[in-house]
Design a protein around this ligand. Sequence first.
Ligand code: RTP
Length: 156
Amino acid sequence: AGEKGTVSERSFVMIKPDGVSRQLVGKIVSRFEERGYKLVAIKSLTPSPALAKEHYIDLASRPFYGGLVKYITSGTPVVAMVWEGKDIIRQGRRIVGATNPLESDPGSVRGQYAVSVGRNLIHASDSFESATKEIDLWFSEAELSSYEPTAWGWVM
Ligand code: RTP
C-alpha cells in the first residue's frame, strides 16, 4: 500500500478456459471491481505452450502438469488480468477460494462455481514474488494502465 496517487500492490489473476467457456468472465470481473479493486490490464488470449509451462514451472514435477498445460493451451482462451489495490494479493486469493473446491469458501469464485480441482476456473498470484514474476511474464509495461478510478480511496 502507498500514498494516494502512488502505485500500490498488484496481483496477476487469470480466468482459465473453463471460466471463459462457461461464460463466467463478467461475473468474475465484477467481484474484483465491486470489492473496489482497480483493473490495470486485461486481455484474452490462448497462451503458447512455452508461456503456460513457464507460468506453472513450479508444478513441473507434478503428475497433472502435462494435462494442466494442455488444458490452458487448448484453444479456448484465458482472460489474463492485473488488479491493483490494498492487500490485493491476499484478498485475491480469498476471492478465488481454496484450490480444491471441496475446501473453497462457498462465497468464493471456486466455492460458488467449481466442483473439480482440475477445472477450478481461476488463478491468482499467491505471493508478492509470484505476482511480480507473473505480471512480467504475461504483460509488457506498455499494457499496464495508470489512472485513478472515480471511487478510489479505500483500496490504495
Ligand atoms: P492457481 O495457481 O491456479 O491459482 O492454483 P493454486 O495456487 O490454488 O494451486 P496450485 O497447487 O498452484 O495448482 C495450480 C493448478 O493446478 C491444477 N491442479 N490440478 N490434482 C489435480 O489434478 C490438480 N491439482 C492442481 C489446478 O488447476 C490448480 O489451480
